[in-house]
Design a protein around this ligand. Structure first.
Ligand SMILES: Cc1cc2nc3c(=O)[nH]c(=O)nc-3n(C[C@H](O)[C@H](O)[C@H](O)COP(=O)(O)OP(=O)(O)OC[C@H]3O[C@@H](n4cnc5c(N)ncnc54)[C@H](O)[C@@H]3O)c2cc1C
Length: 383
């Protein structure tokens, strides 16, 4: 049966997060954004709300919800601010999820309760300075020595990797050669503060300025042998984490696209030109109507992908479709929302300026639009 209504529990969660985003995040995030500062206190409050544990079982300190609940939360956060939305997305979907899905029981017991409560944040290190789309080209290495993995190499653009709350980063590294001659890539947990693990300065970014993104380097960094996930499975594991992550990024994109509608509806009613509100002009009405059409259809795309995932059906194609479509929708809506705001759209005091700067990365992170098109075509058997 087709039913895309939210359950009572998910709707209650959505409303709680909507209220939190409007009352706690909205009034202060602009200043953090302009100062390029990570708002540790807001992130702690999101932890107290249980947002970092949403899709994990209660036995590990999680909320016992679903991945779809996480997506609905990300949408509501991004409707107000994408920096906080990506902080939750990266903490849950990229930081904690690999440990939950692929970690040993000991690793889950050790890390998940603190990750779920938001006491610590996790990060995910796949991309390297030499390349992100070609994730198999990993150059970081780890060699086994006296019961320890000795890691050397570097990672680029890693979200949540250098905050006051960061507790660990899971990185991919080449741990050997496969029987077919290819690279054996494994995932290794590196706790923050491990000697030889250096976290670089925050990048100066175009958008997501209140989120934390850094370069990491590993110089004979030693972690215990048991910090490794299943040897040689790291590449496949990280790719499967990215398949799910695309649904989350789609939800975040829909939130940004919907936030553009919210702000434009408000502004069109209050701004006057030629003696009447600008919203009386059909040209402005059409821009806003088209924004709403795009946000609504993009939402259906991520609901569809999440539905397939929760049913346990193959969902890669739907996840790529949702990510590709909704990130392009977010870009379009940010452009039109800025247009509706005229000169004020270009001023930092209005949220749409932030939306405009935050939208572009959605077409790049967790697989560029070109990578999504490649995946969709491949799934269709083309090429
Ligand atoms: C703010 C931010 C946060 C991020 N957070 C994380 C994180 O937490 N963890 C992490 O691991 N990574 C993270 N990333 C990295 C991100 O996932 C990569 O930037 C992205 O995957 C693209 O990789 P790249 O930058 O190396 O671009 P490249 O792979 O160099 O691509 C450059 C261009 O070439 C195109 N291209 C490449 N190959 C092909 C091809 N075969 N066919 C057609 N076109 C192609 C791409 O689509 C793109 O347009 C983050 C990035 C940013 C900017």
């Amino acid at each position: 049966m087709l039913d895309y209504r939210l359950s009572d529990e998910t709707e209650a969660l959505r409303k709680t997060v909507q209220e939190f985003a409007r009352e706690v995040i909205a009034p202060q995030i602009g200043e953090f954004y302009e100062r390029d500062e990570f708002p540790t206190q807001i992130v702690r409050q999101m932890g107290e709300l249980g947002l970092f544990g949403l899709p994990f079982p209660e036995e590990y300190g999680g909320g016992g919800g679903t991945y779809f609940d996480l997506c609905v939360v990300l949408e509501e956060l991004a409707r107000v601010d994408s920096s906080m939305a990506i902080t939750v997305e990266a903490g849950v979907s990229l930081g904690a999820m690999p440990i939950y899905r692929f970690g040993s029981e000991e690793q889950k017991q050790e890390w998940l309760p603190r990750l779920c409560s938001g006491e610590i944040l996790g990060a995910f290190g796949l991309t390297e300075p030499g390349g992100g789309s070609d994730a198999g080209a990993t150059r970081t290495t780890a060699r086994l020595e006296d019961g320890h993995w000795v890691i050397n190499g570097s990672k680029a653009f890693i979200t949540n990797s250098g905050t006051d709350l960061t507790g660990l980063v899971t990185v991919t590294a080449v741990t050997g050669t496969r029987p077919d001659g290819g690279k054996e890539i494994s995932a290794i947990i590196v706790p923050s503060g491990t000697p030889g693990f250096t976290v670089g300065q925050r990048y100066s970014k175009v958008g997501w300025n209140a989120s934390d993104t850094r370069e990491l380097s590993f110089d004979d960094c030693r972690v215990p042998e048991e910090n490794l996930g299943a040897r040689g499975r790291g590449y496949a594991q990280f790719l499967s984490i990215l398949d799910e992550g695309r649904i989350a990024i789609s939800a975040l994109s829909v939130g940004l696209a919907q936030g553009c509608v919210d702000e434009s509806v408000k502004y069109a009613a209050q701004r006057e030109a030629f003696g009447q509100p600008i919203g009386r002009n059909q040209a402005v009405q059409f821009m806003i109507a088209d924004m709403e059409v795009r946000a609504s259809t993009a939402r259906l795309a991520y609901y569809r992908a999440a539905e397939k995932m929760l049913r346990g059906e193959p969902f890669k194609r739907e996840a790529s479709i949702a990510k590709l479509y909704s990130s392009e929708v977010a870009m379009d809506n940010a452009r039109y929302a800025t247009q509706v705001h005229g000169g004020y759209g270009f001023m930092n005091e209005f949220p749409v300026g932030r939306f405009y700067r935050d939208a572009k990365i959605l077409e790049i992170g967790e697989g560029t639009s070109e990578v999504q098109r490649m995946l969709i075509a491949r799934d269709l058997g083309v090429g």
